[in-house]
Design a protein around this ligand. Structure first.
Ligand code: ATP
Length: 227
């Protein structure tokens, strides 16, 4: 179980706190969704959970252990928004091996199989993959590290509806083995697979019921009849 207790982030350069007494609980093998508008603090929350930014106050615990940024770097695997822009390898093999030169081919095949890319030759250039396949590869890059918590920043951004649907199915499958925390400005189709949902506004996190929110966002029947 991951616990955030009264987490606050107030960098010196900001007049107000970016995250304000954020608390949440999150069980393993679940998908948590944080929905908030641009500038609400979503990416900052992920950066803190990935150990890349340091909280100002509050606590982060895994079960009863207090987590430091270096624990968080071990525990979490962060997939940035538009992760394909950060590919450095010339091939899938190079991309997976970056930082892991010792990686065995079975480990690579296992990670690729988790994301449905095991049919592709390892010499394939990441740039030649479709947008959806590139997102899958960026997930495989994190799975190689066997993180406890996958942190995904706007995973659907820039994908067409069919790739979005495939990615939702993949995330639903991944949560059988991993815990996933997804942040997005748009609840969209992720609500259907979310076990927990929060809204984030001006750094204030509030728990909401994913089913209740999905029902609220459903277009009224009269609109559906016009489509
Ligand atoms: N170290 C910092 N110093 C000053 N301001 C910061 C710092 N880090 C983040 N901010 C500000 O905090 C606010 C929240 O940023 P953040 O990137 O977390 O928002 P977001 O919800 O992810 O937005 P978007 O959806 O547009 O990516 C922004 O106004 C940003 O400029």
């Amino acid at each position: 179980m991951l616990y955030l207790k009264n987490l606050t982030y107030h960098p010196a350069a900001s007049a107000t706190a970016i995250l304000k007494a954020v608390s949440l609980e999150f069980a393993p093998q679940k998908l948590g969704l944080v929905i908030g508008p641009s500038g609400s603090g979503k990416s900052t929350l992920l950066e803190i959970l990935a150990g890349l930014a340091h909280k100002t106050s509050g606590e982060i615990l895994w079960r009863d252990q207090v987590l430091t940024p270096s624990h968080l770097q071990q525990l979490g695997g962060l997939v940035f928004q538009f992760p394909e822009r950060h590919f450095c390898g010339g091939t899938i093999l190079e991309e997976l091996r970056l930082g892991h030169p010792e990686l065995r081919s079975e480990q690579m095949q296992q990670a690729l199989s988790e994301v449905g890319l095991d049919h592709l030759p390892l010499q394939t250039a990441p740039q030649s993959l479709s947008g959806g396949q590139q997102r899958r590869l960026s997930l495989a890059v994190q799975l190689i590290r066997q993180p406890h918590l996958l942190l995904l920043d706007e995973p659907m951004a820039g994908l067409d509806w069919s790739m979005r649907r495939q990615l939702v199915n993949l995330l639903a499958k991944l949560k059988q083995h991993w815990s996933l925390l997804v942040v997005s400005h748009d609840a969209g189709e992720l609500l259907a697979i979310a076990d927990y949902c929060w809204t984030l506004n001006h750094g204030i996190l509030q728990r909401v019921d994913p089913q209740g929110l999905a029902a609220q966002l459903q277009p009224p029947q009269s609109v559906l009849e016009c489509l």
